[in-house]
Write a protein that binds this ligand. Structure first.
Ligand code: UDP
Length: 315
């Protein structure tokens, strides 16, 4: 029997989950990935099949979860996570954030494992405070199109804190801001995959609204570093992990046109309901508690991501 520490990563076949899986393997853990593959992709973890430290279980985490043996950590990353995904799968999104989080916390309690919740900047909704600090309670429309994701994650945070306070489970909550990098699905509808694909194909770039809304984009390696540090810390309150380098969506579209050397033109389409007007993390807490800050400015992260999109889009 190996004496390596064991981690369960739900959603481990997804974009972030698979990068975390790689990181934990690299750090000497045994990793069990659990995923029902509705938005995850086995190709993201294909290179790990045959590795003795890796196990894959195809399972929907909203149903009772069984994992044999000890677990030291559970990272709960299963969820549809792009606006078109949760518009198409509203019930699954609500279920994985609520029932799935409950099951994963129950397993953490039974195993004495540390639980890490993938939360989101969406808990701040369309924020009235800028930049967003962890003590801001947010501005969410509970019955809007995005509410299925926002409220599921808010419930998940509440459930996580309840398991911590009532059952004494060691818990961590990471509020993840917009992140990009390799293994994103090119057609997941998010701004970066959409713009990259459109620019590489020479199609029009679809900016929603007038493009004045802002986001702050984080390169995936920076995010993984922040999450790893949080998991290893003893900090129970939510922590924003994101790159505070803010940009308007129109400006971002132009950056991608320039990066790809594309002749694509920008077209403007209707702004989706409740689309946040601004978003930028205040990362003082991550700096203080985790000694973490992002290393990759957008220019560098986008450059690193371009080769992946070229291959994925153009073959
Ligand atoms: N967006 C856009 N065109 C697209 C996709 C997204 O203008 O083809 C905008 C979207 O309305 C939002 C921003 O880009 O204001 C970021 O959207 P994304 O879906 O990446 O994530 P969000 O931050 O909204 O969850």
């Amino acid at each position: 029997m190996s004496n390596k520490k064991r981690v369960l990563i739900t959603g481990g076949a997804g974009f972030l989950g698979s990068h975390l899986t790689d990181r934990f393997i690299k750090e000497g853990f045994q990793v069990i990935v659990m995923d029902n593959l509705i938005t995850g992709n086995p190709d993201n973890i294909g290179h790990l099949f045959g590795n003795d430290d890796f196990t894959f279980i195809e399972h929907d985490v909203t149903n009772f979860m069984h994992v044999a043996g000890d677990l030291d950590y559970i990272l709960h990353f299963a969820s549809p996570a792009s606006p078109i995904d949760y518009l198409e799968m509203p019930i699954q999104t609500l279920k994985v954030g609520s029932l799935g989080t409950h099951k994963a916390l129950g397993l953490a309690k039974a195993k004495g494992a540390t639980f890490v919740l993938a939360s989101t900047s969406e808990v701040y909704g369309d924020p009235l405070v800028h930049p967003q600090k962890e003590d801001y309670w947010g501005n969410v429309n509970p019955i809007g199109d995005r509410g299925v994701y926002d409220e599921a994650k808010r419930f998940a945070e509440a459930m996580t804190m309840a398991y911590h306070r009532y059952h004494g489970v060691e818990t961590r909550i990471v509020r993840i801001f917009n992140t990009y990098g390799t293994r994103m699905r090119i057609n997941d509808g998010r701004a970066l995959p959409a713009f990259m694909s459109q620019a590489l194909r020479g199609d029009d770039i679809t900016v929603f609204g007038d493009g004045s809304q802002t986001r702050s984009f984080t390169y995936v390696d920076d995010l993984v570093e922040g999450i790893y540090r949080l998991a290893m810390s003893d900090y129970n309150e939510p922590v924003n992990i994101g790159n505070p380098q803010e940009v308007s969506i129109l400006e971002f579209a132009k950056e991608i046109i320039e990066l790809t050397g594309s002749s694509s033109k920008v077209t403007f389409q209707e702004l989706p309901n409740d689309d946040p007007k601004v978003r930028k993390p205040d990362i003082s807490r991550a700096r203080e508690v985790l000694d973490w800050e992002p290393k990759y400015p957008r220019e560098e992260g986008l450059q690193k991501t371009l080769a992946y999109f070229k291959k994925a889009v153009l073959g």
